[in-house]
Design a protein. Structure first.
Length: 356
């Protein structure tokens, strides 16, 4: 168990470190772009300031009845809005778009150690294009409210449960619930009051039901990861205090027994990660090495989770090595991958024996 935890921690630190290194480079690129464009705008604003001053002086020299503010302002705008200015405005818009793209890429890199990534921009658009502000605020409030009340073991009326079930039938509702649950982690809260544990677990299973019905792999994986984050403390025999993770309350869900789910989850996760780092690889050799290392790490993690959520050793190996072959993982890495899967089983057995 110690070796496994240490290895997972090192892998996590390396992944986040790599993401931060890339983010640093992207941030420098962003700052240089914005500095250049803002410099151009500063010059233009200086010119605009002089024109505004001239108009002000002109207006102040005339009597009030002679002044047409709309005409004066229109004349400034027409003078200032030259073709060159319009081109620069377009260039600046491109710089802003580039910055937004950089943020998306960083978020994908940084979050990948804790949550699944969105598999494609199209999926993101489908989930968010019809997301008006009022609707988003309502969904967020419903998810936060029912989650906080469940966490604190407050009474939840059947009407609120029904409303929650309707909301999480949509991908955006499920995503908002995951974000609301993730906020506890952001605040440094990981322990669920024992009386609220069952209520929170029921919410997770409701969301998983809808994720299963709608083949929502991303939010299902998010639930998986969050279930390994939060726990309650319970006193067992011999007055031994035991951590009961949410994972124990959802690991029997039918979704985790579907091989097709794990196969597609691995494929989406790896391909998304490859697409993010591909643009920043300097050589084909370096790209291949990074992809191989990343695939090995991802398969090890997925193998562990598959075993944790009830798949037998044979099925896990079939899925893991099936994708390893599909992705062209080096044969030199296969023995190490098999050893890692075996260690997961051994550690689980040792942990079970210790609990007994």
């Amino acid at each position: 168990f110690t070796y496994s935890a240490k290895g997972a921690r090192i892998e996590y630190i390396n992944e986040v470190g790599a993401a931060l290194d890339i983010y640093q480079k992207l941030e420098e690129e962003r700052m240089n772009l914005l500095k250049e464009k803002l410099g151009d705008y500063y010059k233009k604003l200086a010119i605009l300031g002089e024109k505004m001053k001239a108009v002000t002086d002109n207006i102040s020299s005339r009597s009030i009845p002679d002044i047409s503010f709309s005409k004066e302002i229109s004349r400034i705008v027409e003078t200032f809005a030259t073709e060159k200015h319009e081109i620069e405005a377009i260039e600046f818009a491109h710089a802003v778009s580039r910055y937004e793209d950089i943020l998306k890429k960083f978020n994908t890199l940084y979050v990948k150690a804790n949550s699944p990534v969105i598999s494609s921009l199209e999926e993101f658009k489908i989930a968010g294009d019809d997301f008006n502000a009022e609707e988003a605020d309502n969904i967020t409030q419903v998810c936060k409210s029912i989650l906080e009340d469940s966490w604190n073991a407050a009474d939840i009326s059947p009407i609120r449960i029904s409303e929650f079930k309707e909301i999480v039938k949509t991908v955006k509702g499920r995503r908002q619930f995951c974000e609301a649950l993730s906020e506890f982690r952001t605040k440094g809260i990981f322990i669920i009051p024992i009386k609220g544990y069952k209520l929170v677990a029921e919410l997770l299973n409701i969301v998983l039901d809808e994720a299963d019905n709608n083949y929502d792999i991303n939010n299902a994986l998010q639930i998986l990861i969050l279930s390994q984050t939060y726990y309650a403390k319970a006193i067992r025999e011999m007055k031994h205090l035991e951590k009961i993770y949410l994972q124990q309350s959802i690991q029997d869900h039918p979704l985790w027994k579907k091989v097709s789910f794990w196969e597609q989850a691995i494929r989406m996760n790896v391909e998304a990660e490859k697409s993010v780092v591909a643009s920043y690889i300097e050589s084909e050799e370096e790209k291949t090495m990074r992809d191989q290392s990343m695939i090995f790490g991802r398969l090890g993690t997925f193998g562990y989770n598959m075993q944790q959520f009830g798949l037998d050793q044979e099925t896990c190996e079939k899925v893991i090595f099936g994708y390893a072959e599909e992705a062209g993982l080096s044969e030199d890495m296969l023995p190490g991958l098999k050893v890692r899967l075996g260690e997961n089983v051994a550690n689980d057995c040792a942990g079970e024996e210790e609990r007994r």
